[in-house]
Design a protein around this ligand. Sequence first.
Ligand SMILES: O=C1O[C@H](COP(=O)(O)O)[C@@H](O)[C@H](O)[C@H]1O
Length: 232
Amino acid sequence: MQAKFFEDPQKFQKETANLIYKLYKKSIEENKLFTLMLSGGRTPLPVYEELASEYKDKINWEKVHIFWGDERYVDQKSEESNFKWAHDLLISKINISSNNVHRIKTELPIEKATQEYVKKIINFFGQQNPIFDLILLGIGEDGHTASLFPSSDTLKESKKLFTVTPPSGTPKLPRITATYKLLNKARNILFLSSYKGKEKVIDEILNHPKIAEEKFPAAKVKVKNTYFFIKI
Ligand SMILES: O=C1O[C@H](COP(=O)(O)O)[C@@H](O)[C@H](O)[C@H]1O
């Protein structure tokens, strides 16, 4: 586990994009492609912009497959859509085929959208327990990650890779989320979070992980190669 705190927002976005690039290169060497699961929220947005500018030509985007770890159940063009922000700031600016962009289809009924996404992932990886090269995650003020919220039944889901989250969070919306079954298999996890308003949550996750596990869903993501990049 590695935790880094950044006072300079420019440094945060540059170092984060650079780490993503390093992990991309390693995956390409080993597996010839890079499976990247994006998070929602606002914190990763400058990183998406950095990737779209500095890494537009350094990364062979045809070898990258983009997925989402959670989605708010809204139209894909809504300001609240996790897909929309990644699309506008990154995907629309790089040379990537639409076949490599795997969004959650929120135009379908929510259960169907969830099941179809699981099917799509299983078909893509050719196995029931997919291993993503890199999963980006955020941390909410309540310790949620993806759309796994404290005290939610979604935390107990052990069979499915994705599940439906009843209206939760800010904005309070139904959501579709990856479960621990999927997240805890990743090769690399990169938490991107701001620190303000989340100091207690982040300090506890980093310094008292066992206690944090009882309260904060983010603390239950347990992967050997986990990075915390925190913007102060
Ligand atoms: O609602 C969500 O919030 C979290 C944290 O977002 P941030 O704006 O504090 O960075 C995010 O990780 C999650 O994907 C999103 O749906």
